[in-house]
Each structure stands twice: as structure tokens, then as C-alpha cells.
Design a protein around this ligand. Structure first.
Ligand code: BGC
Length: 252
């Protein structure tokens, strides 16, 4: 039986846009996940229509959280590494706000995943600095200290060996270069070691689609910081976005 705290989360990714209604007492999805492939080209009009279609499909009228794979400041997209560049400078509330069934909030996708994991998943109960790293089309990062998010950390784009870290160490890089899991894990290790030397987190949560097959690569990683695999897997963004929406609505 669902509790009274429910919100809708919509997770916008480079390959798919997915949403579900979340019970925020448990962090569980209480509807099926509705997923539609990300339109190509992934322009604001096309992606906005897809977000609206998903959000309207549940007959739900409460708060809505939408996450996006770029920096989001006050609802305005600032970067678009893996979606159509015309998103830069686009206001998410302007494009989709009126089409959503309830009050809405907007945040970065890795921030949403990090919140989901820290509140309900692998980081539950951890104080101090918890760093979530999502390996997917890009590399997303979320810094959460004592449960409080420092939004829009773009640590996927730090330079390592003169190259954008995301270009060398994302899950996509492994596929693009046809690397073995061990080879790719060597790159992911170097990346994580660079982050831990800069931030000294107490815990690193490994997320993104690739966290569904942790046995293939996590055993090869070498870090000082304890590593845990994301528990909410592909739903972390939906859950974190719904959590952010509920928190914003509760504050009024
Ligand atoms: C973007 C981040 C995003 C990450 C994961 C990066 O390329 O710059 O904002 O969180 O990809 O989607």
C-alpha cells in the first residue's frame, strides 16, 4: 500500500526518457516505468513533447521532478554534452512546465541519481561526503555531504592526460573503442583515483547503466575509497527527481 508521499519522476537520458510515480516513504516505484526512446535530433521541442507524453500517461496530479543530462540552473539548461546543442540556454519550465500535471522542479541527471541512492539506496545512512559517479553515454557526478547536495558538479569533464575524462572513461568509450572490461576498468580506476585525490569522499557509489553488470568490472577497480554499486540501478534518476519534487512541494 503506497504512503501519502508520492511524486512523479522523469529521467531524461541520451538514449531513453523514462518516468514513474514513486512512493517517497519507501523509494519504490508504484507504477510501471514508462520509457520512450530519446528523439533524434534531441531538440527541446521533441524532447519536451516526450517528457509531457510520459508525465501525462499516469493520470497523476502531484509534484513532478524532471532530470536532464546537463547543468541546470534555475530550470535553465547550461550545457548539453550528449544532447542537441540547442538546449543550451533553454528553460525547461518554459518548454514543459505547462504540460506537466503538477508543480515541477528540474535538476541534473547525476544529481537526481545521487539523491536517489543516498536517500533510498546504496548510500542510505552515510554521512560525510558521498560521491556518486554514473558511467553511461557520459560520466555524471553528484557530491552529497551529510545528505545535502552540492548541485551541478561536472566532474565528468575534468581533464586527465590532456583529455576530457568522459571521452576516455565513459561506458560509451568502452564500446566505441571495443575495450576489454579490464582495460576499461583501468581507465575508470585512474578517473576515480583522480576524483578521490581531489575530494576525499568517504564513499563512492558506482551508477549508470553499466552498474547492472558490476561483476564484469568492479573487481578490477583500485581505489582508496570504499566503493559500492548503486542499488536503484536504472531507476535512481526517477526516484531522485521525484524526491526533489516532493521536497520542493513540501517547502511550498
Ligand atoms: C554532462 C553531465 C551529465 C552526465 C551524465 C555529462 O556529459 O555534462 O551534466 O550529468 O553527462 O549524463
Amino acid at each position: 500500500m503506497a504512503g501519502s508521499r508520492t511524486a512523479l519522476g522523469v529521467d531524461v537520458g541520451g538514449t531513453g526518457i523514462k518516468g514513474a510515480v514513486v512512493d517517497l516513504d519507501t523509494g519504490q516505484l508504484i507504477t510501471d516505468r514508462h520509457r520512450i526512446p530519446t528523439p533524434s535530433p534531441s531538440t527541446p521541442a521533441a524532447v519536451g513533447a516526450t517528457i509531457a507524453e510520459i508525465a501525462q500517461s499516469f493520470g497523476f496530479t502531484g509534484p513532478v521532478g524532471v532530470d536532464f543530462p546537463g547543468v541546470v540552473l534555475d530550470g535553465v539548461v547550461q550545457t548539453a554534452a550528449n544532447v542537441d546543442k540547442s538546449w543550451i540556454g533553454t528553460s525547461l519550465p518554459h518548454v514543459v512546465g505547462d504540460l506537466l500535471p503538477g508543480p515541477s522542479v528540474y535538476l541534473n541527471d547525476a544529481d537526481a541519481a545521487g539523491l536517489g541512492e543516498v536517500v533510498y539506496g546504496a548510500g542510505h545512512g552515510h554521512m560525510g561526503t558521498v560521491l556518486t559517479v554514473t558511467f553511461g553515454t557520459g560520466i555524471g557526478t553528484a557530491i552529497i555531504h551529510d545528505g545535502v547536495l552540492v548541485p551541478n558538479a561536472e566532474l565528468g569533464h575534468i581533464e586527465i592526460g590532456g583529455e576530457d575524462a568522459e571521452w576516455r572513461a565513459s561506458a560509451l568509450a568502452r564500446e566505441r573503442e571495443d575495450l576489454s572490461w579490464e582495460e576499461w576498468a583501468g581507465r575508470a580506476s585512474r578517473y576515480l583515483q583522480t576524483l578521490e585525490a581531489l575530494l576525499w569522499p568517504e564513499l563512492i557509489i558506482l551508477g549508470g547503466g553499466i552498474s547492472k553488470k558490476p561483476h564484469k568490472w568492479v573487481p578490477f577497480l583500485k581505489t582508496r575509497t570504499p566503493l559500492v554499486v548503486a542499488e536503484l540501478l536504472n531507476n535512481a534518476g526517477i526516484v531522485g527527481a521525484a524526491h526533489a519534487a516532493w521536497e520542493a512541494a513540501a517547502k511550498g
